[in-house]
Design a binder for this molecule. Structure first.
Ligand SMILES: [Fe+2]
Length: 440
């Protein structure tokens, strides 16, 4: 009797197991079909270039058998007649095969056009594709070439539950600042470096926002995995899609192509660093880029934080080689990710007290921010700040956040918002005699 019961249970378990396996297979197949490239251009994204007043990078994807792509562009007009004055530019094609590196991989064509000689502060319309299949007309504005006010958005790790949960963050960010000049992604955009279905989630969540606000992105540790999906932790390489799908500047060290670079607005230099590789080499490059910098404001972005917000995390090399340069050359903001929580603080000059009230605080080096936008959350550990002389001003846990930063002359306003649109954090910086007065 017992034997009969056990055999019965085992068969039931095996039926369940087979059913689960079969269901998983079907699910994987459906997800793969959903993420597959096809005739129509998708993953259309704008990238900031070194000179966003006059140029922009445009990238997109199709299936691999499509070998030709081009962009059509015109100054946008109120009606359809802007199409009478179109210019066409051929795209560079890169064939990317992610089938070995990712179980759900594909062979895809990625196309890239770098548009130069654009007019500053001008609204353009563009579409991408070939003679048969084209995208809709997207619009973007080049930046002003004057020191006018600008603003930008910044998010930490999207990484997990990208379409499920990150979508509401990027969409709320766009609602808050539809005219933002650019959008910073501080690493770990996805979880498995070469997985095209995760990239497809990232593009589906952002939709036309990616095609209309230029991105500035750096890779996180999750953008590095082995090229053999059976040994993902062996010999990690940058996401095979990265260089093909982004058009970032090539003004960094050649071995860190499109992952370490800088972008110049009239009153702001944004420096993107790759915190995964060659930290010392980047320090030498960073020194030159900071030394020859005539911009009023300087923002750096990278993935692994200088002061960690998580227990047992300590990015010694970045702190040793980069922080002294941030301090020496008065970098204003360091926008980071990696710790899946929120922490914001700085090193301050000795506080000044007047009538027992703290009247002002002067910041030494940048205000450091760690933020998270996707669905994976860790607790905050505060210890990593005090022991290095930094003061934490604000922490947050289990909140999906985006940040909006505005710069106008000597004044910077930083705001952080939750996925539901409430303000979560805020401070201001005021430039006085080359130093930053901190106002909260
Ligand atoms: Fe990370």
């Amino acid at each position: 009797m017992l034997k009969k019961l056990l055999i019965g249970s085992f068969s039931l378990l095996s039926v369940h197991f087979n059913f689960a396996q079969e269901t998983q297979k079907q699910l994987d197949h459906i997800i793969k079909e959903w993420a597959a490239p096809n005739e129509f251009p998708d993953h259309v994204i704008l990238s900031a270039t070194a000179d966003p007043s006059h140029s922009i990078g445009v990238n997109w994807r199709t299936h691999a058998s499509n070998t030709v792509g081009y962009i059509e562009i015109a100054v946008a007009g109120p009606g359809p007649d802007f199409r009478d004055d179109i210019e066409t530019y051929q795209a560079m094609r890169t064939n990317v095969n992610s089938t070995l590196a990712s179980r759900g991989g594909f062979e895809s064509s990625f196309f890239e056009v770098q548009l130069d000689e654009l007019k500053p502060n001008t609204l353009y319309a563009y579409r991408v594709g070939n003679d048969y299949f084209k995208s809709e007309w997207h619009q973007f504005s080049t930046s002003s070439d004057k020191s006018t006010p600008l603003s930008f958005l910044y998010v930490g790790d999207a990484q997990n539950y990208i379409l499920e949960l990150w979508s509401r963050v990027i969409r709320n960010a766009y609602k808050r600042a539809p005219d933002a000049d650019f959008f910073i992604h501080a690493g770990d955009l996805i979880n498995s470096a070469h997985d095209e279905s995760e990239w497809n989630e990232w593009f589906a969540a952002g939709g036309f926002i990616h095609s209309e606000i230029p991105a500035i992105a750096v890779p996180g540790n999750h953008e590095y995995l082995g090229l053999n999906s059976d040994k993902p932790k062996y010999n990690r390489k940058l996401s095979v899609q990265w260089n093909a799908q982004f058009g970032f500047p090539k003004n960094g060290p050649p071995e860190l192509h499109k992952t370490c670079y800088y972008v110049d607005y009239p009153n702001l230099r944004v420096i993107a660093l790759n915190s995964n590789r060659k930290i010392e080499l980047q320090a030498q490059w960073l020194k030159k880029v900071l030394k020859k910098n005539d911009k009023k404001w300087t923002v750096v972005t990278f993935h692994h934080p200088i002061f960690s917000a998580s227990k047992d995390r300590n990015n010694i090399q970045q702190r040793k080689h980069w922080k002294p340069l941030f301090d020496k050359y008065n970098v204003d903001l360091a926008l980071q990710g990696h710790d899946h929580s929120y922490a914001r603080g700085a090193v301050f000059e000795k506080p000044v007290f007047l009538e027992k009230e703290l009247q002002n605080k002067t910041v030494v080096g940048p205000v450091y921010v760690i933020s998270v936008s996707g669905g994976k959350m860790y607790s905050v550990s505060e210890s990593a700040w005090d022991k290095f002389g930094a003061k934490l001003e604000k922490i947050g846990e289990r909140k999906q956040l985006f940040q909006h930063i505005s710069i106008d002359g000597d004044h910077l306003i930083y705001q952080s918002f939750t996925a539901t649109g409430e303000q979560f954090d805020r401070f201001e910086l005021l430039k006085k005699n080359g130093k930053n007065l901190y106002i909260d």
